[in-house]
Design a protein around this ligand. Structure first.
Ligand code: DX5
Ligand code: ZN
Length: 216
């Protein structure tokens, strides 16, 4: 399977959200990445259930919902109702990760976990069987537009090895500072899904940029 592009709308024009989602529907984007921030797990706030639901009402691509929130297990059903197709919780935010992942799956969503840059990928070994995807943060979570952390390549390669040893079919997604400048090298390291915010929404023609990123 070729790589997937998941545009992050965090830095798009929220006054024009309808146009943004329509553009993504008509683009080669595979997923729509939504960043949920609670001002506690990360030093920033974004948006919540009403916005996710309204996006879901018009989106024609699966919603890839990235929770940067404490106690994500409290709201799993609400995210399902709002329209999440893939639900990513942070490893650092979960008291009982296995239970949380099983609940996400039981609700009919794809289960995914994200690691902050300082968290070792080794912690995921016991959980790979329950994981549809792992989201490797390649910047500190909280804001778009930051610089990619070069030390991420080693982490991705280690995780790729762990996944093939486990035979779990888990996808690897990266998020933060990704664009045409590093996509090919990241794919060679083992990445399947690319979350891309600034590089798409700062481009003069975002749909053309998505096509370019998809065809790399
Ligand atoms: C950051 C978010 C990202 C962000 C990526 O915490 O998880 O999804 O929107 O933006 P860029 O591509 O600008 O780094
Ligand atoms: Zn994200």
């Amino acid at each position: 399977m070729s790589h997937q592009i998941a545009p992050s709308i965090l830095n798009s024009n929220f006054l024009r959200l309808h146009d943004v989602i329509t553009m993504l529907n008509n683009s080669e984007a595979d997923l729509i990445h939504l960043d949920i921030m609670d001002g506690v797990f990360v030093p920033n706030l974004s948006f919540g259930f009403p916005v996710i639901s309204q996006i879901n009402a018009i989106a024609e691509k699966p919603l890839d919902v990235h929770l940067m929130t404490v106690k994500p297990e409290r709201y799993l059903e609400r995210y399902k109702e709002a329209g999440a197709d893939i639900l990513t919780v942070h490893y650092e935010a979960c008291d009982d990760l296995e239970k949380t992942l099983k609940e996400i799956t039981a609700l009919g969503m794809k289960a995914s976990v994200s690691l902050k840059p300082a968290t070792s990928v080794e912690v995921l070994r016991p959980f790979l069987a329950y994981l549809d995807m792992v989201l490797i943060m390649t910047v500190e979570p909280g804001y778009g537009g930051q610089s990619f952390m070069e030390e991420s390549y080693e982490r991705i390669k280690t995780l790729r090895r762990m996944i093939s040893e486990a035979g779990s079919g888990t996808l690897i997604e990266v998020d933060g500072g990704v664009g045409s400048q590093n996509l090919v090298q990241l794919r060679e390291a083992g990445v399947d899904v690319f979350v891309i915010g600034t590089s798409i929404f700062r481009a003069e023609d975002p749909a053309a940029m998505i096509r370019e990123l998809k065809q790399m």
